[in-house]
Design a protein around this ligand. Structure first.
Ligand code: PLP
Length: 427
């Protein structure tokens, strides 16, 4: 029988996250205070995050130990499986070998719980009673809602209005985990009221929902804020993906030539890519690392690398990143998680250093790739992951055209929406 899965036992869940800041040839530009425009100090972030996460945000230690309690929760789904897509290879009639790391096996269906769990853990340790956050299509909100349920905290989610109306089953999932979900923009915050007074029919955006969640955290000493992407500590937590993949590719006896993942805020990409970029920097591998983004929201391929706000209400620090501008309103593409005006400063930095490449895919091409993958492999991917699949299929067809084999590795999350479509809108 041909081998399809390369899996690790539970005790191979990584002991430490990998922090690429220790190996970067040039340090990242510091975040700036939105008022003074001077570099931020740890105390500036203290109203929003517990000190343990702030320390991770600025750490240059190579390895940061994963607390035992977090590894124990990771064991609900980690190590996640690595598949060889032999059926897709046959369908494409390519000499390329295609592998995918399946983060879709997590309880919420994506990579997002990898950071939701440690963020909830460190907040609980610091005495936080409630976490506030934003969500687009609901993958991040449901991951944080689950993590808060595990650690006994309240969870308040501002969900982008258009998704709140279109995806009631995602709202039901968050409510099932005990979260309170409000459509954004809302009348609960100053930012929301201002926007509604000018645009009463606003569809909302991730930038607006972030402003609302930050505002209530800044005003309430018992509430802290959690972000599902963009920040350094989020990229750090996601490195469990790449660290496991390196061991699993060794089980398969192959070294990837090309590594691909979709990029919205950058965490799915960073999780798989950063451990491999670290190996490239040490000369242990020479993989090309490619970020795949939607043509409708092309921050890495068309944005400017400059200081910008992370949100629409301009409450967040200024960070140096590839950005389309904080007022950019991405069109309502289905890959809701990729509709963000900026890119993680860490991903932007490695792009600026020439350590990664970026490409963009049109929505219909991404869908076609997802359908081809589903019919070959039997997994319906999340719309966001379709972008990585489109990139992988392009590489596999290039291998065929050139008559040169190559090994491709990409990151996958699953579409859980259909399975949940039958749930009532309000529980
Ligand atoms: C399944 C999935 N993939 C990707 C993303 C994009 O975010 P990031 O680039 O941080 O992984 C999201 C965001 O919500 C998502 O839900």
């Amino acid at each position: 029988m041909e081998k399809i899965q390369y899996n690790l036992p539970q005790d191979r869940i990584p002991q430490a996250w990998y922090n690429i800041a220790a190996d970067l040839p040039k340090p990242m530009a510091p975040p700036l205070h939105p008022g003074t425009r001077k570099p931020l100090g740890p105390d500036d972030l203290a109203p929003l995050f517990p000190m343990s996460l702030i320390q991770q945000e600025v750490s240059v230690e190579r390895e940061i130990e994963i607390p035992g309690e977090v590894r124990q929760v990771y064991a609900q789904w980690r190590p996640s499986p690595l598949f060889r897509a032999r059926r897709l290879e046959k369908a494409l009639d390519t000499p390329a070998h295609i592998y995918y790391k399946n983060e879709g096996v997590s309880p919420a269906g994506s990579h997002k719980p990898n950071t939701a769990v440690p963020q909830a853990f460190y907040n609980k340790q610091a005495g936080t009673k409630r976490l506030s956050t934003e969500t687009g299509a609901g993958q991040w909100g449901s991951s944080l809602a689950m993590a808060c349920a595990f650690f006994g905290m309240e969870c308040k989610v501002y969900m982008v209005r258009v998704s709140y109306d279109q995806k009631p089953y995602r709202r039901a999932l968050m409510e099932a985990f005990g979260a309170s979900v409000t459509a954004s923009p809302s009348i609960e915050t100053e930012v929301g009221r201002n926007i509604l007074s000018q645009h009463p029919d606003s569809n909302g955006s991730l930038g607006i929902a972030i402003s609302e969640a930050v505002e209530i955290a800044a005003k309430d000493p018992h509430t802290k804020y959690a972000l599902g992407s963009v920040l350094n500590h989020v990229m750090l937590h996601q490195t469990v993906i790449g660290l496991e993949a390196i061991e699993q590719m060794a089980l398969a006896g192959e070294e990837p030539d090309v590594i691909m993942a979709c990029t919205g805020g950058g965490s799915n990409f960073a999780g798989l890519a950063m451990p491999y970029i670290g190996r490239n920097l040490k000369g242990q591998s020479h993989a090309r690392v490619v970020a795949v983004e939607p043509a409708a929201c092309p921050s890495l391929t068309k944005g400017q690398f400059t200081y910008d706000f992370g949100d629409t209400g301009h409450l967040t620090p200024l960070v140096k990143m590839h950005t389309l501008g904080s007022t950019f309103m991405p069109p309502g593409i289905h890959a809701g998680g990729l509709r963000y005006h900026g890119m993680a400063p860490l991903v932007s930095h490695v792009m600026d250093l020439g350590l990664i490449e970026a490409t963009s895919v049109q929505q219909l091409d991404a869908f076609a790739a997802g359908i081809q993958f589903a019919r070959a492999e039997g997994i319906v991917p999340a719309p966001e992951s379709n972008h990585a699949i489109a990139g992988a299929i392009y590489e596999a067809l290039e291998a065929k055209r050139e008559g040169k084999p190559r090994t491709i590795l990409f990151n996958l999350a699953e579409e859980i929406a259909m399975a949940l479509a039958g749930l009532p809108a309000v529980l």
